[in-house]
Design a protein around this ligand. Sequence first.
Ligand code: SAH
Length: 261
Amino acid sequence: MSNVQSGATGTRRPLGIMAALPQELGDLIDAMRAEASVRTVTHGRRDYHLGTVQGAPCVVTLARIGKVAAAATVSALIHAFDVEAVVFTGVAGGVGREVRIGDIVVADTLTQHDLDASPLFPCFEVPLLGIARFAADQALADELATATERFVAEEGHALAARFGTQLPQVHRGLIISGDQFVASATAVAALREALPDALAVEMEGAAIAQVCHEYGVPCAIVRTISDTADAHAPASFTSFLAEIAGAYSNGILKRFLQARV
Ligand code: SAH
């Protein structure tokens, strides 16, 4: 397959950074433009922004919403831009009972909660791959969690005061993904029953983790909780995305990328 752009300045392979929606990237692309020139390549209806953060090459893109969109986009990051690893940042619905709006979840594992080819294959297992839960890259997830903990320690109180949330807690564990925006008490109760250790629900992460697993590319996923996947979710998601998501992404990504240089 042709490589439309190696993306690397020098010989170092770039890091792929993804979100679903622009607010989830914060000011990252502007920060790259302030540092050096950014080149934008359009490929498969997505814009891929090639530049540097603190001198380190990055390719930044928006997947848009859902598992297919995420799988197609991460596949392009791997094949067309030769990324060495992938980091996804975004918002999610809280599912775990301890997980509240404004908290942050770093994935250890991810599963597709709407994948069920039973009785031919166990529920949640990807047919013919034999895996139901995909692991994030442990070292990359640790780096992301460390950056997130630092962000909360340094900015958590100010953030909570500014947005009227409680001091954010950082959680590690299972994130579940499916092609539904979960927005009812009944639906979230069913997810808790089926996957009792799930911390957060979203629409892209497990698809990215599957593609990265199949190509042997490390990935890590961080999600800020915008809603609790119940009847209040549409309003909570919308205002969180508009007002707060960018501040979290900026704070987490800045520290994560600084620590990698
Ligand atoms: N109405 C919105 C659609 C948002 S879909 C729009 O038109 O832009 C929700 C996005 O946030 C997805 O990318 C998903 O990954 C994440 N998300 C946040 N809360 C969620 C929830 N309760 N259920 C599923 N995904 C959620």
